[in-house]
Design a protein. Structure first.
Length: 622
């Protein structure tokens, strides 16, 4: 990241946090919120989606551009898929559990809950909704959270239905899975109060902690997504979608500030050169005998090469905006939206099999001067025509400065163009779902995770690190249930955090163990029917054989309890084998023999019992 003065740059940022709720059923139907594997699909359905006018009589610009890419959308349906998810029947009333959790979140954000919740339709025609729109409900406004750099306002809290899961690209379009569609989702939008990349991360961490404090949000990859809105003083608002990793937010904000600063500098240089963009030209003849594999491949398939003169753009198309991303990359992103593989431009040519002679002929064909650049696309005729025009439009925007747009987050913290910034023209009322009267007094405000970890330390005697691990961990509700059932808090916490982590590191599929099975194993230890030392083996057995009960897993692992006489006999044998050491060292031999004794019993006896008996047997011989 570049070391910049963000006050001088005029950085302004805001967040949109999308979090799935862990409810039993979906937002507008009774289908479960359990995710499925694509291989489990029983059938498929297909849709072609087109934009419609909003209640304002306008078509949203982002939806219009999306519709220009003709695609068929295929959806995987399961035995749990309902007619609402297929868009073949009207939605049911809003799920009461989802409303309750969302109001808890509103209370934690100190937001004002609306008196009456109305369902709206938001036009989305990228295929992620079978209906062509997403249902969304405004629940709260004007909240606030604290960060180390000052408060950040909460603009709004929305309750929405999650989109379908994108599975893969197909020859005809895109394949989605309907298992995720309709899962309740809250969207939290902050005000543009964030002024540094670090504050953006701090705000996201604070909101994430508040969400997890409910104990009713889904955990794991893809269950929470962060979108970031970024602008600088001379730039424009840019929405960055799909930030998966919390620890990447500060880098993404910083790199977007860099990108906009470079675009502002490029615009200044272009304006100083009186830059302009010409009209696209068919230059196929220039490359009739080319050795470029990409261009020759397109021509052999009946394609064409189209190019555009970028007046005054020499050396600026190749200027880096973010690591390994240049202005030329931005032009290429727009071309790709229309099906092209990308563009070539003269700041990077000759290269890729294009010769110096072809570059000169190309320049002559578009009447480019020494300060001009040229961009070109080789593809089928229709794609080449659309793609070069899109690249030309982006070049024209570069003369003006930073365009408002929606961008996608890349794994390295850079971003790519997705579509124009959506506007209000994509919203209109949902007439199939009645309004809901809301009263925030109907729900209790949850205990914060920060408060919970302090309570665990004070009330249960957990050390601070373990208390925080449990409070912030995904098995926090299970820990509380175990303690309420009489399980020792330290043992429960250690099992659910440390033991589970160790098993996962050993590639044990511990996620297969249900909460009820965890509770049953902990109860067996508490009742003296299983030694603590046998927990790892029993959980491993359950993980690989999830249909077993806890008792059956104990049998399967060969850990059925032994009586006191059997324990004493096993330990006596250990002491007998090491009689010479015991006679010479006395109790000094204890540590070495303890491990051997535990190994002999293979987790069938509690460590404290083994320790006591071993001491007695050593004392007999010492």
């Amino acid at each position: 990241m570049t070391d910049r003065d963000y006050d001088d740059l005029g950085l302004v940022a805001g967040l949109e946090i999308h979090q799935q709720l862990d409810t039993a059923t979906k937002l507008f139907c009774g289908s479960p919120t359990t995710l499925r594997e694509p291989a489990e699909a029983e059938r498929t359905i297909s849709r072609f989606l087109h934009p419609t006018k909003s209640e304002l009589g306008e078509i949203d610009e982002a939806a219009l551009e999306e519709s220009q890419v003709e695609r068929e959308f295929e959806y995987l349906a399961y035995d749990t898929t309902c007619l609402v998810e297929e868009d073949d029947e009207p939605p049911a009333e809003v799920d009461a559990e989802a409303l309750s959790v969302a109001m808890q979140i509103a209370n934690l954000l100190d937001a004002t809950v609306v008196d009456q919740a109305h369902v709206m339709r938001k036009i989305v025609i990228d295929g992620s909704n079978t209906s062509g729109f997403q249902r969304s409900i405004l629940l709260g406004q004007e909240g606030e959270i604290e960060t180390p750099d000052g408060p950040v306002g909460i603009e709004d809290l929305m309750l929405e239905e999650e989109s379908a899961k994108r599975v893969e690209e197909t020859d005809e379009g895109v394949r989605y899975s309907l298992d995720r569609l309709g899962i309740p989702l809250v969207e939290i939008g902050t005000k543009p109060d964030i002024s540094t990349p670090a504050q953006a991360r701090d705000a996201a961490e604070r909101i994430g902690m508040l969400l997890r404090s409910t104990g009713a949000v889904k955990r794991g990859l893809g269950t929470i997504r962060q979108d970031v809105n970024v602008s600088i003083a001379k730039g424009a608002r840019v929405e960055i979608k799909g930030v998966q990793a919390l620890d990447q937010i500060d880098e993404i904000v910083a790199l977007e500030a860099d990108r906009q600063a470079e675009l502002v500098a490029i615009a200044g240089a272009l304006q100083g050169r009186d830059a302009a963009v010409g009209e696209p030209v068919d230059v196929t003849g220039v490359f009739a005998d080319t050795d470029s594999g990409v261009i020759a491949g397109a021509l052999d398939a009946g394609g064409e090469v189209h190019a555009v003169r970028l007046e005054g753009f020499e050396d600026l198309v190749g200027r880096e905006l973010q690591p390994d991303r240049r202005l030329g990359t931005e032009l290429s992103d727009h071309a790709k939206r229309h099906g092209a593989g990308g563009i070539f431009h003269t700041d990077e040519l000759p290269a890729y099999g294009v010769t110096e002679a072809e570059v000169e002929a190309l320049r002559e064909a578009v009447d480019a001067g020494p300060n001009d650049a040229v961009a070109l696309v080789a593809d089928d005729p229709d794609t080449a025509e659309l793609a070069i025009e899109a690249a030309a439009d982006r070049a024209r925007a570069a003369i003006e400065g930073v365009p408002e747009e929606t961008r996608g987050a890349n794994d390295d913290g850079t971003t790519r163009y997705m579509r124009p910034l959506p506007g209000a023209a994509r919203l209109y009322p949902e007439t199939d779902v009645p309004p809901v009267e809301l009263d925030p007094a109907d729900v209790e405000t949850p205990e914060l995770l920060t408060e919970k970890s302090e309570r665990y330390a004070d009330e249960y005697g957990l050390d601070a690190g373990l208390a925080e691990q449990v409070a912030y961990g995904r098995r926090m509700p299970l820990f509380e249930e175990a303690v309420d059932a009489g399980v020792d808090p330290t043992f429960a916490a250690t099992t659910l955090e440390s033991t589970v982590t160790e098993l996962r590191r050993d590639d044990v599929p511990v996620e297969n163990v249900s909460d009820d099975q965890f509770l049953a194993v902990l109860a067996l230890v508490e009742d003296g029917d299983l030694a603590k030392e046998g927990v790892v083996d029993v959980l491993s057995t359950l993980a690989r054989n999830p249909d077993l009960s806890a008792e059956e897993a104990v049998e399967e692992a060969g850990l059925s309890g032994v009586d006191d006489e059997e324990v004493r006999e096993a330990i006596a044998e250990v002491v007998e084998r090491n009689a010479e050491q015991v006679e010479s060292e006395g109790m000094g031999a204890f540590s070495g023999l303890m491990g051997e004794a535990m190994g002999a019993l293979r987790g069938k006896a509690d460590g404290e019992v083994v320790s006591d008996v071993l001491r007695e047997e050593i004392q007999k011989r010492a």
